[in-house]
Ligand binder design. Structure first.
Ligand SMILES: Cc1ncc(COP(=O)(O)O)c(C=O)c1O
Length: 381
């Protein structure tokens, strides 16, 4: 059997591999990025009502109109961006939204610039559609972009830059100034920006989150990707969205139609009710709760000798696992699993060349009991 070249690019992710190993060892899974919140009641009720009221057939390939309007309203309520319903595509998760918009904007051979450490699905999606990827390394603790280097790396083939803000896995949150400088590079070189804002509400230390679409000079050139998997704790429902100019949304709706036909009909009703009924304080409380989890878990990592910075956003932390036995990052996370029963993700999941990078990613979006258990177990190191 000869598989396609495309299939060779879609290797099983390190995150899934670690989760499997964790299950085998009956360990505590801090590798997977699930959010351990309760699903908000209106979201559950809305989905049930959707089924009870017979909303079981295809919706528009753009997603339910009322839901698109509610997403536009939320974006405007939070960031005052003047988003219209025509600027929104509902897809199968942020993953589907990225796929559909990337298919609409990028040709085979186009180059996209990504910053390391990256989120693996971005790489796999771009590879699967035949794009070339240029990786630019950013380093702890601040993971800042070296803008001169970025400018030097842009080639004739470069079509887009992708950022993850806040970043999975580094927790970096881009400042307004950084986005403005990025905008100059984007405009001067006639590029697009993909801004994955999946963790927009997971922001700590009262920092301000700046969405790329809030930068006036990025408005015409940005695709924002976000979704509900994390903030409503419904990773299995598969609902996310893209926000960008209408022409791109129209093209992307055709890819949505082709691959998914439409997002899950009754579940869209759940999101609609959630958006309509959950107050702003819901989102603020999620951030507050996660900040507490961050504080106690990162302290425990440092106490155990796994040095880690207090991240500014998202709910992951990259910790230095140099002190653990093993020749490389993979062996070291296996040592961690054997000694503590905690599964984390090795650096190789986030870097093209990870040799010598002894970092592991932990997800701290865990229930209190589990987090306390992890903190106890870290004392074994
Ligand atoms: C940065 C980022 N974007 C997108 C996703 C996927 O989101 P969805 O479940 O909406 O496809 C994740 C999930 O871990 C993520 O970390």
């Amino acid at each position: 059997m000869k598989l396609s070249n495309r299939a060779k690019n879609i290797a099983q992710s390190e995150i899934r591999a670690m989760s499997i190993l964790c299950n085998e060892k009956n360990g505590l899974n801090m590798a997977q990025g699930l959010c351990d919140l309760e699903v908000p009641l209106p979201v559950v009720e809305g989905a049930k009502e959707g089924i009870d009221r017979g909303k079981n057939t295809y919706t528009s390939a753009y997603g339910n109109y009322k839901l698109r309007a509610a997403i536009a309203k939320k974006q405007n309520d939070f960031y005052d961006q003047g988003i219209d319903v025509d600027n929104v595509l509902v897809s199968l998760g942020a993953t589907g939204a990225f796929y559909a918009t990337a298919m609409s904007l990028l040709n085979e051979g186009d180059e996209v610039i990504l910053f390391e450490p990256y989120y693996g699905y971005h790489v796999a999606t771009l590879k699967s559609i035949g794009c070339k990827i240029k990786y630019i390394r950013t380093n702890p603790p601040a993971y800042e972009i070296d803008f001169q280097n970025l400018k030097d790396q842009i080639s004739e083939d470069t079509k887009a830059i992708l950022i993850c803000n806040p970043s999975n896995p580094s927790g970096k949150v881009y400042t307004k100034e950084e986005l403005q400088t990025l905008s100059e590079v984007i405009n001067q070189n006639d590029l697009f920006l993909f801004s994955d804002e999946m963790y927009e509400h997971f922001i700590y230390d009262e920092l301000e989150f700046v969405s790329a679409l809030s930068i006036e000079s990025l408005k015409e050139r940005t695709v924002v990707i976000s979704g509900f998997s994390k903030i409503y704790s419904i990773t299995g429902w598969r609902l996310g969205y893209a926000i960008t100019q209408k022409g791109i949304i129209d093209a992307a709706s055709a890819f949505n139609d082709l691959v998914y036909v439409c997002p899950p009909a009754p579940l869209q009703n759940g999101i609609l009710k959630g958006l309509n009924e959950l107050p702003k304080s819901y989102y603020e409380n999620v951030a507050k709760e996660h900040q507490k989890k961050r504080d106690k878990f990162i302290k425990a990592l440092n106490d155990a000798g796994l040095k880690a910075e207090y991240v500014k956003g998202a709910y992951y932390v990259l910790a230095d696992i140099s002190k653990l036995e093993g020749e490389d990052d993979k062996q070291k996370v296996v040592t961690l699993l054997e000694k503590t029963g905690i599964a984390a993700v090795p650096a190789r999941a986030f870097y093209q060349e990870s040799e010598g990078i002894h970092l592991a990613r932990f997800c701290f979006s865990k229930k209190e009991e589990e987090l306390d258990e992890a903190i106890e177990r870290l004392k074994r190191l």
